[in-house]
Ligand binder design. Structure first.
Ligand code: NAP
Length: 647
């Protein structure tokens, strides 16, 4: 074993995350004395260090030296992993208060303090509840999409013993990270959290790493778990059809890597095509007439040279927010066409490299990686949800929906104003009028507003009237000359599964059924579509709380448990009951209507053309976790198969 250096340890104590370090000390010492001092404060506007007094900070560091260095230098052993009751206490401490009891099993599973991956499924076959040996037909599944969710589902289903084929339209895995290659693309969930719970990475180069790093992570994941070998690349699914007589999904695809067509079948169908994979380019009059390069952010034209050009960008959502500051210094002139400004969430370390000393701590200090991830998880979890829920009878300031929302608005507006001191006239354009939480707020380290204040950048807020070969013309008749046109205009998010047809029982066509208003039970399953599951389906997007990977892990647990239910009961198919589905959607709609994003007048990709919020999960993360532990057989029609009949 390499000897660790004292100098590295001392450097780690300087850059360390103090709440994390305090817990590592308590855990390694087997003694909670340190935790009876101060408790961390979760302050949205703070430094993320827990807000400890100087004296307490010094005490944590001194205790770390006393307890951790002997362990790291090989002179002592850490105390055993704490018992569950103690872990609960430690969770309470780092969460800064008493965590409600129903959170604890969920948080302990996420924390993985003992390194045990509790979400890894038990093998389905050979288990005590299986029917006789004759019943052991191996289930198969087709997973559509090899992005973050599809890779995850395939891996977990295989761990459980299901035979899986992945169909992927692109030539590699990675989904959104493969396709979004625009300058400045990076994750905007902290990277030590944006990873599979069971596949941590100690080497993130930045706190919010760039797209190629993320792509590398998912490629490595696919490589380690043998997922390349079960994926048919260059294969675009056209249609999936349920064959009730045989209890199989039949999938027709184009391409199959050699330009031909492909027909496959499986017991289960898992759609993992995401919500944000079909670029949306608005129908602006004259769009086709534009003479220069014109492209969408998710299909960046790297051959287009922007240097010294007049560039027009339409949109100021999460994508434009990342590429505009990159394009601005290169272009001769940049016109940014904004319809609605984004809210800006303070994130000083957004573009910062993870210091070596910090990485050293993540790598070497026992349990540091776990508790740090936990801190991020809790910080982004359900705590902020009440601030984006409308309070009944609230009649506070315009653009607010409750007291916490109003307080945060005021603080954020102050921060915006401070950034535009030299250009106060910009305030009317960059301070949102809709409530905080109405759209996804973006991570602000000052780069966005300074880009908009550059001399060669114009923020245009007059609506666009038309596009001409060399200009974008606004409704006031002003021509904004452009050589290159970039659409940062988002995706066909509400048009779930837009790229293929799904036909269920009684020839029910999923898109006809939805009529542009996609709904599912838990975002996962739809009546009359047996053995069909979606990940990141309707109403499973999160706006303010957590990482989307967490929801995909929950959904995957549910799908694997559905496979187990099929295997253990010998049923051919399970199909969710309509009343269960409808009652769930009524609950979701009622709650979404109370949220900032559901308020009348707030428009975003979260609402479909019917005005219904079809994207977002309005409840706490813990509720999704509890709801997706396993399918409740009472909520499904189970179609008996030959095995069940024989049993
Ligand atoms: P988006 O959030 O839907 O933003 C689209 C932008 O285009 C909005 O500013 C929209 O204005 C504007 N727009 C649309 N049609 C327009 C028109 N006809 N005229 C003028 N403006 C128009 O799309 P996105 O930025 O690609 O982001 C989509 C989602 O992807 C994000 O919310 C996030 O969940 C995800 N994302 C994540 C990351 C990350 O983690 N790093 C990065 C990028 C994206 P309005 O607001 O007025 O509609």
């Amino acid at each position: 074993m390499t000897k660790l250096s004292r100098a590295d340890f001392e450097a780690a104590l300087v850059t360390t995350h103090l709440p994390t370090l305090a817990l590592c000390v308590a855990q390694a010492a087997g003694d909670d004395a340190l935790l009876s001092g101060e408790r961390p404060v979760y302050d949205f506007f703070g430094d993320g260090m827990g807000g400890f007094s100087e004296a307490f900070q010094a005490r944590i560091r001194a205790e770390a030296d006393r307890v951790l260095w002997p362990i790291l230098s090989g002179a002592a052993q850490p105390a055993p992993i704490p018992a569950p009751a103690r872990i609960s206490k430690m969770i309470d401490w780092i969460a800064g208060g008493d965590v409600p009891a129903h959170y604890l099993p969920f948080l302990e599973e996420e924390l993985m303090l003992d390194g045990v991956d509790r979400r890894a499924p038990e093998p389905i076959y050979g288990g005590p509840r299986m029917l006789g040996a004759a019943a052991a037909r191996q289930l198969s599944a087709i997973v559509i999409g090899a992005g973050m969710s599809g890779l995850l589902a395939a891996h977990r289903l295989r761990q459980a013993g299901v035979a899986v084929t992945i169909l992927e339209a692109n030539d590699d895995v990675g989904g959104t990270w493969l396709l979004n290659r625009y300058p400045g693309v990076r994750v905007d969930t902290p990277n030590h959290l944006y990873s599979y719970s069971f596949e941590p990475n100690h080497d993130w180069p930045e706190f919010y790493s760039q797209g190629d790093v993320l792509l590398g992570y998912f490629q490595r994941f696919a490589g380690h778990h043998g997922l390349y070998a079960i994926t048919r690349f260059g294969t675009r699914v056209e249609e999936a059809r349920w064959d009730g007589a045989r209890g199989k999904w039949r999938v027709g695809a184009n391409g199959s890597g050699n330009g031909g067509t492909l027909a496959l079948e499986a017991d289960m169908l898992v759609s993992a095509v995401g919500q944000l994979n079909e670029p949306r380019v608005p129908e602006i009059p004259g769009r086709e007439s534009f003479a220069g390069p014109a492209f969408h952010s998710a299909r960046w034209d790297h051959a287009a040279d922007l240097a010294g050009k007049r560039v027009a960008v339409i949109g100021t959502g999460a994508s434009a927010f990342q590429f505009v500051p990159e394009v601005a210094p290169e272009a001769a002139h940049l016109s940014v066409f904004q319809r609605t400004p984004p809210w800006l969430g303070p994130t000083d370390n957004y573009h910062e490299a993870v210091p070596d000393a910090f990485q050293w701590a993540v790598e070497h200090i026992p349990a540091y990686d776990k508790w740090y991830r936990f801190w991020l998880f809790w910080m982004l979890t359900d705590g902020i949800l009440p601030a984006v829920r409308a309070e009944e009878g609230w009649n506070g300031p315009e653009g607010t929906i409750g007291p916490a929302n109003a307080e945060m608005r005021a603080a954020l507006v102050d921060r915006i104003r401070a950034q535009i001191e030299g250009r106060p006239e910009l305030a009317q354009h960059v301070i949102p009028t809709y409530p905080l939480g109405g759209k996804r707020s973006l991570r602000d380290n000052g780069v966005w507003l300074s880009a908009l204040q550059r001399e060669n950048v114009a923020l245009v807020t007059t609506p666009i009237a038309r596009i001409e070969p060399d200009a974008v013309v606004t409704e006031d008749g002003v021509r904004h000359p452009a050589d290159v046109l970039i659409y940062g205009t988002g995706f066909h998010a509400s048009d779930f599964l837009r790229s293929y047809r799904v036909v269920g029982e009684h020839d029910a066509d999923l898109h006809d059924r939805w009529g542009g208003d996609a709904r599912a039970y838990l975002g996962l399953t739809v009546p009359d579509f047996p053995n069909f599951f979606m990940i990141y389906g309707p109403n499973t997007n999160i706006v303010v709380n957590g990482s989307i990977i967490f929801l995909s892990e929950c959904a995957t647990t549910y799908i694997v448990e559905a496979a187990r239910l099929l295997a253990e009961t010998g049923a051919t198919a399970l199909s969710v009951k309509r009343d269960v589905h409808d009652a769930f959607n009524a609950r979701v709609d009622a709650e979404n209507a109370r949220m900032a994003w559901g308020q009348p007048g707030v428009t975003s990709w979260y609402k479909n053309t019917h005005g219904r919020v079809s994207q977002n999960w309005p409840f706490a993360l813990v509720d999704y976790w509890h709801a997706t532990r396993r399918p409740d057989p009472e909520e499904f029609h189970l179609v008996p198969g030959p095995r069940a009949a024989a049993a």
